[in-house]
Design a binder for this molecule. Structure first.
Ligand code: UD1
Length: 390
């Protein structure tokens, strides 16, 4: 029986929802192949260990039924150079031992960059799932990770046609680009029913950080937010006014549910903003929450404020009006001008306030870009199987 050996890599929270359907597609493929004596996929899952808290990592493996990683590189937290460097050193050893045909990387985190570079230097083919996204913002570490990964990858699997076009403009050969759709939406569709069965108040009670009253959270009657980008949380002159707006104006009007990323929690404490956030009535502070819990809250939020790219995409499919707390996006397909649910508001409070008021007046408008249909992972695997160098 012919075999292809694939190593897939994950490192940080947003990678887990992208790898879950790919692992499942491999399992389904192998089941079918056993019966027909067709091609077998030998799959190894590597976790760089960038995210390590149970709530940031293991909880997602359990909830999304991802098998435990075969190998954990345990790089942990550190500067970008430390994370990338340590991942490369450890991953090179894995590649020399495992001798795979492919390395599959997803998204744009430090593991994506580190493992693509290492694989190419070891002569292993690289496939990038979620290729071609471009914000044009070189101050974002993710943009650097995307550019380098896409420059090196042999197979570039894109979530939308704008991304395929970006790659063409950069001179990527046509045979390397395959438009497959958005793999995160596979996970959303596979978990929608399970999420819908959860109770909003129970999620908040079980994950509450500030034990403030979480009663009266009704469907369509609360705002939801996440914020973790260094550009929003690492500078007190930016974070301070944002916190004032969120506490005084949003939480003053309706309950505001905020699952806190560890980076943001640390900064709020460092900058002396913690007690205000914690004590604002109407502010429902939560620990980092699981995939189903976040999806459930998103389904019935009146408005979502976020600097996460993945949530922008989920809002598009669910129709939740979304204020994106960034000045640019690598995901233009999610913007209102392309039919999506999101509008860029940056981190200037005046602009956020204006769009917040405008957006509250608009209702939910679900939209489904082409191939965001729940079957992207199968197309990804097929593209690898069909790959020919020329
Ligand atoms: C990383 C990704 C970012 C992604 C985000 C999602 C890169 C360059 N950035 O940013 O693209 O949107 O993940 O969360 O790869 N920490 C913990 N526990 C953990 C992990 C982190 O407490 O399990 C704390 C540490 O103090 C750490 C800080 O959070 O220093 C930031 O974590 P890090 O992985 O460096 O970057 P993220 O901001 O999470």
């Amino acid at each position: 029986m012919k075999t292809i050996k694939i190593i897939s890599v994950v490192g940080a929270r947003p990678n887990f929802m992208k790898i879950a359907p790919f692992v499942r597609a491999i399992e389904m493929h192998n089941l079918a192949s056993q019966q027909s004596h067709g091609l077998n996929i030998n799959h190894i899952l590597v976790h760089s260990g960038q995210h390590y808290d149970i709530g940031m990592s293991e909880a997602f493996f359990r909830a999304l039924s991802i098998p435990d990683p075969d190998i954990n590189l345990e790089v942990g937290s550190g500067s970008h150079a430390e994370q990338v460097g340590q991942t490369m050193i450890a991953f090179e050893k894995v590649l020399r031992q495992e001798k795979s045909d492919w390395v599959v990387v997803v998204g744009d985190v430090n593991a994506t960059l580190a493992c693509s570079v290492t694989a190419k230097k070891e002569g292993v083919n690289v496939c990038h799932i979620e290729a071609g996204l471009r914000s044009g913002d070189m101050t974002m570490p993710e943009e650097i990770n995307r550019l380098v990964t896409d420059r090196l990858a042999d197979l570039l699997l894109t979530p939308d046609k704008i991304s395929s076009e970006n790659l063409r403009k950069e001179g990527v050969a046509e045979n390397k680009i395959v438009f497959v759709g958005n793999i995160m939406i596979d996970t959303l569709e596979a978990n929608r029913a399970q999420a819908a069965a959860l109770d909003i108040e129970t999620i908040c009670q079980e994950n509450s950080l500030n034990a403030s009253s979480v009663k009266g959270l009704r469907k369509g009657g609360y705002a939801l937010m996440t914020m973790h980008r260094p550009s929003n949380v690492d500078d007190p002159t930016v974070l301070g006014p944002l916190v004032d707006f969120l506490c005084d104006e949003v939480a003053g009007e309706m309950p505001l549910i905020w699952p806190l990323h560890p980076r943001s929690g640390k900064r709020l404490k460092e900058f002396g903003l913690w007690s205000k956030v914690e004590q604002t009535s109407g502010m429902v502070l939560l620990h980092p929450i699981g995939y189903h819990e976040m999806l459930r809250l998103n389904m019935d939020a009146r408005i979502l404020l976020t600097d996460s790219g993945g949530l922008q995409e989920e809002c598009t499919v669910l129709g939740t009006p979304c204020l994106t707390l960034r000045w640019n996006t690598e995901r233009p397909v999610t913007l209102r001008e392309h039919g999506g649910a999101s509008v860029l508001v940056g981190n200037d409070v005046e602009r956020i306030r204006t769009e917040y008021k405008n957006t509250l007046a608009s209702g939910r408008k679900p939209m489904r870009p082409e191939f965001w249909d729940g079957h992207t992972a199968e197309r990804c695997l097929q593209a690898i199987i069909d790959y020919r160098e020329n």
